[in-house]
Write a protein that binds this ligand. Structure first.
Ligand SMILES: *Cc1c(COP(=O)(O)O)cnc(C)c1O
Length: 361
């Protein structure tokens, strides 16, 4: 018998469940379970990825300067206060590793993204969950949960899996009300889907206690590449760069992401199609007796009478080759999260759910 044991908290981590991608016995399957861009990455990004094959014997850049410059140019930010990671997940990990440890508290909300709790536990910190109001972040509940031990507060805006959003006045009030040792992290994974929204960059500029995270996994269709970034006050970015491995991103990641963010036409087309089809699908579901909250992202949270009906609908969709996401793990057992796919997929979803509802009359 050895006495080999992991650090406290590690065994409390439930393994992350990725979106399913196969159904046994069904050939024509559409995956709508991971909020992936149905149009895929830009062709320019794909070309850049192929070009990097010739230089794979070289170590990548450690400072990510070219990509940071492209991000800064696109969003009007200070390149020196951008940090890039293997997905925004890695930036979330850096934040927990650098700012939270045993005895510290990390706040996330009731239906908040799973990675906040996982990263907090991995760092040895204590995750604290606060209630939401009608599937929307409740700033007062978050502020009420703050204590002298609070080090990080994670809010996705728009949120996953609800798709709801809080306004700039609310995020500002939250940042203003935090205790002095706490950082507000605004996760902007879906910010690109909201017209005119800066993801919280303005609040980062105005304050010393706000960090914004962003990703190439959603609008840019690069979930498989693993690349995201963070923007924050210089002292915080300096800390995060100390825990970041020098070679955390490969040259294919860096150059592909740079080409993607420079292809504004592709991003614009993906944005417009998502907005159009999201409205179409939410209307189609409402006509079939399935309500959704107004979504600001690239998915809808469909609500059913109870968990039994949601599970039955999930099975029905699956047998029609449509894979969506169960949200029981997010304390929404009566809901299903459905990624807005291309037009044909949206029509298939509406048709299948319509027949499911008829079957229950
Ligand atoms: C998809 C998603 C991310 C992105 O994660 P990556 O590691 O960048 O792929 C981050 N936060 C939320 C809330 C998400 O839904």
């Amino acid at each position: 018998m050895t006495e080999i044991r992991p650090q406290p908290g590690i065994m409390d981590i439930a393994l992350y469940q990725g979106g399913q991608s196969h159904v046994a016995g069904v050939a024509d399957v559409v995956k709508l379970s991971s909020n992936e861009n149905p149009f895929g990455p830009s062709h320019r990004a794909q070309e850049a990825f192929r070009r990097t094959a010739h230089t794979l014997h070289r170590y990548p850049a450690t400072d990510h300067a070219a990509l940071r410059a492209a991000i800064a140019e696109r969003h009007g930010l200070d390149a020196d206060r951008i940090i890039c990671g293997a997905g925004s997940d890695e930036v979330i990990t850096f934040l927990c590793q650098a700012y939270a440890g045993p005895g510290d508290e990390v706040i996330h909300t009731e239906h908040g993204f799973a990675m906040y709790r996982i990263s907090a536990l991995a760092a040895g910190a204590t995750p604290i969950e606060t209630p939401e109001r009608e599937r929307t972040v409740d700033v007062d509940a978050v502020l009420a949960a703050c204590s002298p031990r609070t080090r990080l507060v994670f809010i996705a805006n728009p949120a996953n899996p609800t798709g709801t959003m809080i306004g700039a006045d609310e995020t500002a009030r939250l940042a203003e009300g935090l205790p002095p040792q706490a950082i507000l992290v605004l996760d902007g994974a879906y910010a690109e889907y909201v017209e005119g929204f800066d993801g919280g960059a303005g609040l980062v500029e105005a304050r010393e206690n706000v960090v914004m995270t962003r990703t190439f996994s959603k609008l840019y269709g690069l979930g498989g590449l693993r690349i995201g970034w963070g923007y924050g006050p210089r002292p915080i970015i300096d800390v995060l760069n100390r825990v970041r491995g020098p070679f955390n991103l490969s040259q294919p990641q860096l150059e592909t992401a740079e080409a993607a963010i420079r292809d504004r036409d592709h991003a614009e087309r993906c944005y417009a199609e998502n907005a159009r089809l999201r409205t179409w699908l939410s209307d189609a579901l409402a006509e079939r007796g399935v309500p959704t909250d107004r979504s600001f992202a690239n998915f809808l949270l469909a609500r059913f009478a109870d968990s039994e009906e949601a599970e039955a609908c999930d099975a029905w969709l699956k047998s029609d080759g449509l894979i969506v996401r169960q949200t029981a793990g997010y304390k929404l057992p009566h809901c299903l999260r459905i990624t807005v796919g291309d037009e044909a997929s949206c029509r298939r979803v509406a048709h299948s759910i319509g027949r499911f509802k008829e079957s229950r009359l």
